[in-house]
Design a binder for this molecule. Sequence first.
Ligand code: ADP
Ligand code: ADP
Ligand code: ZN
Ligand code: ZN
Length: 750
Amino acid sequence: MSKNNSIVIKGLHQNNLKDVSLSIPKGKIIVFTGVSGSGKSSIVFDTIAAESQRQMNETYSAFIRSRLPKYEKPKVDFIDHLNASVIIDQSRLQGNARSTVGTISDLYSALRLLFSRIGQPTLGSASAFSFNDPKGMCPHCFGLGKVVELDLSTSLDPDKSMREGMIDLPAFHPGNWYYKQYAESGLFDLDKPLRDYSETEYNLLMYGAKEKGGKQVHKRIEGIYNHMSRLLINRDHASASDVSKKRLASMIQQRDCPVCMGKRLHEKVLRCKINGYHIAELSDMEFLELREVLQQINDPRAQTILDTLCAALTRMIEIGLPYLSMNRESSTLSGGEAQRLKLVRYMGSSLTGLTYIFDEPSTGMHPRDVYRMTRLLKSLRDRGNTVLVVEHDKDVIRIADEVIDVGPLAGVNGGQITFQGTYEQLLVSHTLTGDAMRELIPLKTKPRPAIEFLPIKDAHLHNLKHLSVDIPLHILTVVTGVAGSGKSTLIGDVFSKMYADRVVMIDQSPITATGRSTPATFLDFSNDIRRLMADASQAEAAMFSFNSKGACPHCNGKGIVVTELVFMDPVTTVCEACEGKRYSEAALSYHYQGKNIAQIMEMSVEEAISFFASSAKIQRRLKSLAEVGLSYLSLGQPLSTLSGGERQRLKLAKHLHRKGTIFVLDEPTTGLHASDCKEIMKLLEGFVRQGNTVIIIEHNLDVMKQADYIIDIGPDGGTAGGEVVFTGTPQEMVERSNTITAQYLKKACG
Ligand code: ADP
Ligand code: ADP
Ligand code: ZN
Ligand code: ZN
């Protein structure tokens, strides 16, 4: 094989990688394995993908480049023979309410074209069918299909008077600013309970006017409804705290537009039909059903469009999305669903010689669907592309032409190539991945009995079919079912809202948007470190914060300096003054036990445990980090650089010593190696032993085997799902159930 048949990397030092050199054959499926934090993404995303995109961007003019995303040059001595790359990751699909599965996949434009060709009566042009076009949109909701309304009922107590705290909104609590404005306006009887208000009094309170929409009576009294609408609607609540987010969400009600009934389109558009269906009916249909309807249409004028549409729908169905419809808002798709949608988009393309890069494509997929997805990966390869996959799922690793295992462990204890070879060679290798592939995890022998329950009655959100089910307390329950069966709807939406005050959701989503959070700030011991340093040195505690007095004056505590150039990309360089340490010279001149603040923040959790032996609180926090397997992280590592699995464990560390809480985890094994999964399961078992309840939504068969209790939702996805098809222990599932999940669980028992 000649040299340029392989991607060649020499001397790679990105993140935790230890002088890695690699040759990756092209035209094959290469699967990268290894424990979470071992360095897989640092190779695949931060190096191969970033460098390939960066080189592609350099071929554009400066003007276009300034509009493209920026990719940092990876820390590598030599890298060559890269192909153009396509990254298919799990980042959520961006988009506002106008972006739907239909619009982003182009299926909706094909459907519009179909209606403009053969819809009756004819409307002419295809843009008339677009809810994003003034000609086609419903004039009431402007094509959104939804209207937003404020519901203050949970914030008003009809039995109380204003003085007694009738308005349960912080600014309106007796004595506070707005309360005083209202109380002193002379418009209200402060001792009259809300229930006794006349219509005019009520309108004054809500709208500041005698009737809704009328003239404001008092210049300071805007009305609580108007006040809150102004504050809440169309505002970005991303920065609100979790508590206030829940509160805000309960006040804002979204409902279907009363004019178009959520169909988004102008009524004249809905009169135009094909075989009795208008365009909104077809875009509401699940793909499986839609394909059947389209196959019934027989019209030579539209045969090409019909063929294109049906082929695209078939790809959607085959990748495990038969339950989606064109009308689904893209922002409501899960990360796994978004990734599959992106994959489908590329399946239609005939480009060859590209490198396709996937981040755990099995995420959110039932074992049944993983097989179909691997067929698509193979067909990408067979068309002459290179397919790089970061993956933990055994069924995906199995299709690799070559496996590259990164390890042996995470962080500073990883960063090396521990194996490169075929799947068969991996099976007999001495690697954690090889061990995991050989190991057969048994069904739990003594599941805890389900005795106490929290009931869910008549749930009917999304596809749930008025289902009732009892969720067991104090044990470990796994909720299973094929993708789209309704697991997240049941647990994430219905159950968590019903029992919100007792539920803690632990997911892998990013922790904060700021670049300034670190393990030390997240677990709330950075102030303690500063105080220790202040006490030891007689300086102010603020001196030890790069957000405050201690910031390097040159870069303002950012550690980097961005130089804007007129005709070229801005250049980011490490700050010369502090060499990226973020602290001022003065701050760095103080020492605690021989180390300055920057050196302390660079310490790993493990080192810090012995360093801070004298402080009980810092010790406790550090030990919780070690307990969740994060002893290799440094105290000051920006949280934005953590992997999903690392973030999840960090969140678990925060709750490690709780009791009586219900923990809900949605696919906690995403991003985790089989050996990481064992650690997480041990941790969750510990939570249950301490008196907590754990509910896990999972596809991973090894996790199901270790459940006390399984609730299986099905029988299939979308409208074919939404029912409880099994409840009981894993042993009972294997013995007496024949659901799709049960069939795969049986197989996994060897
Ligand atoms: P994997 O993909 O195998 O889970 P990663 O390549 O994401 O692992 O990470 C390898 C190690 O490098 C982890 O310990 C991670 O915390 C660390 N890391 C990743 N990105 C950065 C960064 N930008 N700065 C510092 N450390 C990083
Ligand atoms: P699972 O968690 O089992 O994969 P979900 O609960 O996500 O399934 O989805 C169940 C059904 O509800 C699917 O048909 C899905 O398309 C639909 N659904 C989920 N979320 C939404 C939403 N925000 N809006 C409309 N439909 C949704
Ligand atoms: Zn409307
Ligand atoms: Zn600096």
